[in-house]
Design a protein around this ligand. Structure first.
Ligand SMILES: C[S@@+](CC[C@H](N)C(=O)[O-])C[C@H]1O[C@@H](n2cnc3c(N)ncnc32)[C@H](O)[C@@H]1O
Ligand code: SF4
Ligand code: SF4
Length: 403
């Protein structure tokens, strides 16, 4: 079956890539463009083993599952090739990409591949080999992915109030073991390994072992991106992983005070975290970490501490302090979707503080709340919520009355 669909992809779907390969190169008047480079360089393993070419929330569906096939097979399998075909200008990328969420599409960043090089600044690596393959209209890559992200184990030492990870963490480690095993043959091409989009890398034993045993001399190009709550990132842990090349370390904190921290990051310890942060900031200054970031997921419980959090970043001397709005339905904590007017006004005021305008303070997706004033559409959202709540109460009352 796989063979038949492979042939169909080969015959039917070569339209855009062959047209692309045949078009004149280096023509500034009509540059040859692809929608996005990520399907040619990135692979993400998500919950349940599903594989996507970028963040799973940007992408519709998946390109295979590591419970059924190896990562290597998926990387050049039918669906990945079909996706790459759709990236060449004129291709059907809408079939795969979520236009409402993906930043590449929202920012309309098409890529003129004849006019970029491996030194062009970008979020992810660009290599000569990758550019050559795209310029030739290839959909089967003669090399492995340049970046891999593992978001397939939710085990965590904390239980933050806005996070689903620990609530679904029933892992026996089989999936992460399979992902790490499958990653082995891809290591020679990998430039970045991202751990762990979900769960806590230093808490998951398989990830810890992988980091401790990683042979940086054998794979000198591989750099690590680590997303951590920082509690287990102690000087002892540092001793065990200091052989790794750390591209980024992101420490999620979500608070500028001990009280707020312990309200949100259940199981965390502010004092231990502060000690670890001072230690990591020292390693960053010594040049052992390329970028050190601290992050705040903004919600009701911490929305008043934005400016203090930015000051904390400055005091520590990190590369960047960044803010991200909470997503998902977390009741009163969800101040954005619910349009909590007083919280949003307070956020807006803090964002206009001159201190927040300094380099190294990154509002990210909070940008849209700067100078925010409630309009009719916001009141309509609030009204809809109030009416929904009223109707639901009414229903409950009826059911209660009838029983
Ligand atoms: C799921 S954690 C995994 C890595 C690590 N345990 C940590 O806390 O950084 C990755 C990031 O997701 C953020 N996060 C968790 N739940 C969220 C939510 N409902 N909305 C937005 N971000 C959330 C966390 O604050 C953290 O920065
Ligand atoms: S969803 Fe966005 S990042 Fe992912 S492949 Fe499509 S355009 Fe690229
Ligand atoms: S530390 Fe990270 S993974 Fe763990 S519960 Fe908090 S946000 Fe979720």
């Amino acid at each position: 079956m796989e063979k038949i669909s492979d042939n169909i992809v080969d015959v039917v779907d070569k339209i855009y890539s062959s047209r692309f390969a045949a078009a004149p190169r280096n023509d500034p008047a009509r540059p040859r463009r692809v929608r996005c480079l990520n399907p040619f360089r990135w692979l993400e393993v998500n919950q349940n083993g599903e594989v996507t070419p970028c963040c799973s929330s940007w992408f519709k569906g998946n390109l295979g599952n590591i419970n059924e096939r190896s990562l290597l097979d998926i990387w050049n399998g039918t669906r990945f090739r079909e996706l790459r075909e759709s990236m060449f200008e004129g291709g059907k990328w809408r079939k795969f990409c979520n236009e409402k969420v993906c930043p590449q599409i929202l920012n309309d960043t098409w890529v003129s591949v004849d006019f970029i090089s491996p030194t062009t600044p970008d979020q992810l690596p660009i290599t000569q080999e990758m550019l050559q393959a795209i310029r030739e209209g290839k959909t089967e890559m003669p090399f492995g992915p340049l970046q891999i992200g593992l978001t397939c184990d939710s085990r965590c030492n904390l239980c933050c109030i806005m996070c689903e990870a620990p609530r679904r963490a029933k892992s026996d480690g089989a999936l992460i073991r399979k992902a790490l095993e499958d990653m082995e043959p891809l290591l020679p091409s990998l430039k970045r390994i991202k751990l762990l989009g979900d769960g806590e890398p230093f808490f998951v034993p398989e990830v810890r072992e992988f980091l401790f045993d990683f042979d940086s001399r054998k794979y000198p190009d591989a750099r690590f991106l680590i997303n951590t709550n920082g509690i287990l990132f102690t000087p002892d842990m540092w001793d065990k992983i200091q052989h790794l090349k750390l591209d980024w370390v992101v420490v999620s904190i979500d608070a500028a005070t001990k009280e707020t921290y312990e309200e949100i990051r259940i199981g965390g310890d502010w004092d231990i975290l502060q000690e670890n942060l001072e230690f990591l900031a020292g390693k960053y200054k010594e040049g052992f970490i390329r970028e050190l970031l601290i992050s705040m997921t903004v919600m009701k419980s911490n929305h008043h501490e934005l400016a203090d959090f930015a000051k904390m970043g400055k005091r520590l001397g990190v590369t960047s302090t960044y803010f991200y709005p909470i997503y998902g339905d977390y009741g009163r904590e969800q101040i954005f979707d619910r349009r909590d007017i007083s919280c949003l006004k307070r956020i807006s005021r803090q964002l206009s503080d001159p201190f927040m305008r300094q380099p190294g303070v990154d509002f990210n997706a909070l940008n849209r709340w700067e100078n925010w004033k409630p309009g009719w559409s916001d009141y309509a959202i609030i009204m809809k919520r109030v009416v929904k709540k009223f109707v639901s109460k009414l229903h409950k009352g009826h059911r209660g009355g009838g029983s």
